[in-house]
Design a protein around this ligand. Structure first.
Ligand code: TEU
Ligand code: CA
Length: 544
């Protein structure tokens, strides 16, 4: 899997537009705000932007409930703003990935309105209707079925009640989606992140899920649809009809898919997806996002070592810790944040020197942490309210609130912290959601400080560009059985780099000699005979 491709060399940056930059003072981020910040992304060394959905939407799930695929959400601007954003990115040598949400549409989409108004018409079979629900539950709490009075039937919604699952069995659905994708690709978009794309093929008869698995996972039915019978056919068809003709890049969001299945979806010869996101590393085994616990980075080491050895030789791995659906990694690992900046640099070293394509989530590069929400009123996320209700019924208000505080997606969705100005320079209006710790964490202060986390990310990104061994080179993990030590070589025929990490918040004895050669980057000034808390260094030990 060492064929050259821009998306194997690129460092990606995910923008959650609602929280990135507001240009018109309504407290909501928008496209013109993003356009004004592209220089910031260039300075960081970003090659490609993954933009969360900007299509017309009632915002029940902040844009992941699409009402019109060919219209820009009015809060974000108009199509001319989008066209300017795209040409401004291209002018700077950057690429744009759109978010393709086609497992479901908003219930306000004309297809759904038609399916309800005229069940025998062209759109009557665009969604999944049944005369009675099965036991599948929604990710946002409650049943996955909504009763539609006009049809005297239930409609399937794996997510919110306003996000209705499309019927991919229907060839007209697939054709309309191909048309829409080509419409965006004709505009010059460089590719897509495909939202929960592994859920699109549901098994015949929609059999009940196992109650035992449901109890274990917290969601009932997922084992029936997370890798459905026609998933590969649909992906191959969509690639042939829409992506391939434009050479578009695709990365699938594939929750629950493991190494072997991910190979089926992303091996080059399969002609399905170019890459995929696996989420198994985001929580330690036995924990859910809504558990209050301290994340152990040794779990990340074993997850990523297995992927490096069993997956990376065949497919391109995606490397990420954060996105708009997960709490901030620094908060998960180090809770009280005493070692916040050192830990932030450790995470940066691993993400930018392991073998794969890095995806940095907005604010990760300045070490943003979870927001200490004080009450349910401060949350905005439909999932947080749904899960709070679910937890409250079983565990009471107090415990339910603490679990939402730990796992809410809103932890990642507070506004980007640009400066010490009011609202972190995000808006001159009232922000749609509360702001974070701008006094101690903002881009402006860090860009002016060569020892800041932001500068460390910028330096590592440029080291990655200067050393092809970090992109295409082989990886060899050493000390695999040593707790808290994570060391690996990256090598190609002209250079060898050695990366050495202490995954614990305590100092530990180094195993093996102090590395030789040049130290390219580190979160401590001088190297030492022991490894200090969260110490991480990048050495070049051979260069021809
Ligand atoms: O997220 C999908 C997603 O997170 C679930 O499939 C996940 O497995 C579940 O929450 C259990 O952890 C995507 C988007 O990233 C998210 O923002 C949307 O809310 C969701 O799909 C629906 O479009
Ligand atoms: Ca705005």
């Amino acid at each position: 899997n060492n064929t050259r491709a821009w998306w194997k060399e690129a460092v990606f940056y995910q923008v959650y537009p609602r929280s990135f930059m507001d240009s018109n003072g309504d407290g909501v981020g928008d496209l013109r705000g993003l356009i004004g910040r592209l220089g910031y992304l260039s300075e960081l060394g970003i090659d490609a932007v993954w933009l969360s959905p900007v299509y017309d939407s009632p915002n029940d799930d902040n844009g992941y409930d699409i009402r019109d695929y060919r219209k820009i959400m009015s809060e974000f601007g108009i199509m001319e703003d989008f066209d300017e954003l795209l040409s401004e990115l291209h002018r700077r040598g950057m690429r744009l990935l759109m978010d393709l949400v086609v497992n479901h549409t908003s219930d306000e989409h004309e297809w759904f309105r038609e399916a309800v108004r005229d069940p025998e018409g062209n759109y009557g079979d665009y969604y999944i209707f049944r005369d009675r629900p099965n036991n599948w539950t929604s990710y946002f709490g409650g049943s996955a079925w909504r009763y539609i009075e006009e049809r005297k039937e239930y409609a399937l919604h794996l997510f919110s009640e306003k996000q209705i699952d499309l019927n991919w069995e229907n060839v007209s659905v697939r054709e309309d989606i191909s048309d829409m994708v080509r419409w965006w690709l004709k505009k010059g978009v460089d590719g897509f992140r495909l939202d929960v794309i592994n859920y699109i093929s549901k098994p015949k008869g929609l059999p009940d899920g196992s109650e035992i698995i449901g109890k274990l996972m917290g969601y009932t039915g997922v084992e029936k649809y997370f890798f459905g019978p026609k998933l590969n056919d649909y992906l191959r068809e969509l690639r042939r009809d829409a992506f391939e003709p434009y050479g578009a890049f695709t990365v699938g969001e594939t929750p629950g898919v493991g190494i072997e299945m991910m190979k089926l979806l992303t091996a080059e010869r399969r002609k399905e997806l170019d890459m995929a996101f696996s989420f198994d590393h985001l929580e330690n085994p036995g924990h859910s996002r809504f558990d209050e616990y301290r994340y152990d980075l040794n779990c990340y080491k074993s997850f990523i070592t297995e992927y490096m050895e069993k997956y990376s030789p065949y497919c391109q791995m995606s490397l990420f810790y954060e996105n708009h659906d997960n709490p901030r990694m620094i908060s998960k690992v180090d809770g009280d944040g005493k070692l916040r900046w050192i830990l932030g640099k450790l995470l940066a070293v691993m993400q930018l020197t392991l073998k794969g394509t890095p995806f940095i989530f907005q604010g990760q590069e300045i070490g943003m942490v979870n927001k200490g929400f004080r009450s349910m009123e401060e949350f905005r996320d439909v999932e947080s309210f749904g899960k709070f209700e679910e937890f409250r019924k079983v565990q009471g208000e107090e415990k339910a609130f603490r679990r939402i505080l730990a796992g809410s997606r809103d932890n990642a969705r507070i506004p980007m912290q640009w400066s010490k100005e009011p609202n972190g320079g995000f808006t001159e209006g009232i922000p749609w959601i509360g702001t974070g710790d701008i006094e101690v964490c903002n881009a402006e202060d860090q860009m002016g400080d060569k020892d800041s986390l932001w500068s460390f990310y910028r330096d590592l990104i440029s080291i990655r560009k200067d050393h092809p061994a970090l992109v295409y080179g082989d990886i060899e993990v050493t000390n695999k059985d040593k707790k808290d030590i994570f060391t690996y070589f990256r090598k190609d025929d002209s250079e060898t780099l050695f990366i050495e990490c202490n995954l614990s918040r305590e100092a530990i004895r180094r195993v093996g000699p102090v590395p030789s050669g040049r130290r390219l980057a580190s979160n401590y000034d001088e190297s030492n005979e022991d490894l200090r808390p969260y110490e991480a260094s990048v050495w070049i030990t051979r260069e021809e």
